[in-house]
Design a protein around this ligand. Structure first.
Ligand SMILES: NC(=O)c1ccc[n+]([C@@H]2O[C@H](COP(=O)([O-])OP(=O)(O)OC[C@H]3O[C@@H](n4cnc5c(N)ncnc54)[C@H](OP(=O)(O)O)[C@@H]3O)[C@@H](O)[C@H]2O)c1
Length: 294
């Protein structure tokens, strides 16, 4: 596949990255997938894995030497900004033309102006600024809360107690299925020039609070599911008991506070505009993951 333009995917073993690789592979677009640990690599047609570490700049050129475009997602760590900046710098040096960054709605205009951005939002915003100053053609994706966050402790409570414990009061959010995020990223990577200079805010089409989600889950699994609203303090105590790091707890409390105040109801049309179809619904998401909840 020499001389074939590649797309490079950072965060390829993560939730969004894996879904994105599926789309790229199916479309037969040659792809370099990056991981620190090749033991985590999933074999797929048209996907070549390269080991590299965003915190070690010397490992990065090999990931992008034949690439026209790069996609970057990584989880939040202590050196998040410096690591993401390393990838942007290496992309520029390698002659990559287009760069797609997975950011967060918390970094953009859908975040309420009267509330200080979360630490995660601030970090993403800083990297967005570095990307815009890099000289690369850029596209930024700012998703809101993922439906996939419901898979884990949340779905376990539904399965074992038929209950939802959240501190968002009556407030809603237009949660997004991360398969839509991956499909938008794929669509941008297919034809990056068409999306250069765009910031897409990625939300679902329907604002849901947890009373409504309890009904949706109940309908899908044919069982009554009850929403038990918590105070912010109760939510904090529950998270502390799980041993979650303080900064994660604080971030989640901030998101819950914004939502319970009715400040998280932003709905964007960008998924529809980029994909030419509606965003995946919560009912479809629950049905597709029914074994987690039933
Ligand atoms: N959850 C939400 O509701 C939500 C909402 C909006 C935005 N976001 C954003 O979504 C992002 C998380 O996406 P995700 O859930 O798909 O991530 P994830 O599943 O946690 O995966 C993280 C990926 O980053 C890679 N990575 C981390 N450090 C690396 C390094 N030093 N060098 C190379 N690769 C590295 C990991 O690869 P290896 O371990 O294989 O090396 C892994 O593939 C975060 O930026 C978050 O702010 C989340």
């Amino acid at each position: 596949m020499e001389n074939t333009p590649y797309r490079t995917v950072f965060g390829a073993t993560g939730k969004i990255g894996r879904a994105l690789l599926g789309f790229l592979s199916e479309a037969q677009l040659p792809t370099i997938a990056v991981t620190r640990d090749l033991g985590r690599a999933e074999s797929l047609p048209f996907v070549e894995w390269v080991a590299a570490d965003m915190s070690r700049p010397e490992t990065l050129p090999a990931t992008m030497e034949n690439s026209v475009a790069a996609f970057l997602v990584s989880g939040m760590g202590a050196n998040f900004i410096a690591e993401q900046h390393n990838v942007i710098t290496a992309a520029k040096a390698a002659g990559v033309k287009s760069f797609v960054k997975l950011s967060s709605a918390a970094a953009g205009k859908s975040w309420p102006a009267h509330i200080a951005p979360s630490a995660i939002g601030q970090s993403h915003r800083k990297v967005e600024d570095l990307l815009k100053a890099s000289g690369l053609d850029w596209t930024i994706l700012q998703p809101t809360g993922f439906m996939q966050n419901w898979l884990g402790e949340f779905s376990k409570r539904v399965k074992e107690e038929r209950s939802i414990y959240e501190a968002t009061g009556d407030g809603g959010r237009a949660y997004i299925d991360l398969r839509d995020i991956a499909e938008v990223a794929f669509t941008v990577l297919k034809d990056p020039a068409k999306h250069a200079g765009q910031t897409y805010i990625l939300t679902g089409d329907e604002v849901l609070n947890y009373w409504q989600l309890a009904d949706i889950i109940g309908t899908v699994i044919h069982q009554k599911v009850t929403y038990v609203p918590l105070t912010l303090e109760e939510a904090r105590e529950r998270m502390e008991k799980t041993g979650m790091p303080q900064w994660t707890i604080q971030t989640l409390i901030t998101y819950a506070e914004v939502q319970r105040n009715g400040d998280a109801t932003y709905v964007s049309n960008d998924v529809q505009q980029v994909l030419g179809k509606p965003a995946r619904t919560a009912a479809a998401f629950i049905a597709d993951h029914i074994e987690w909840f039933r």
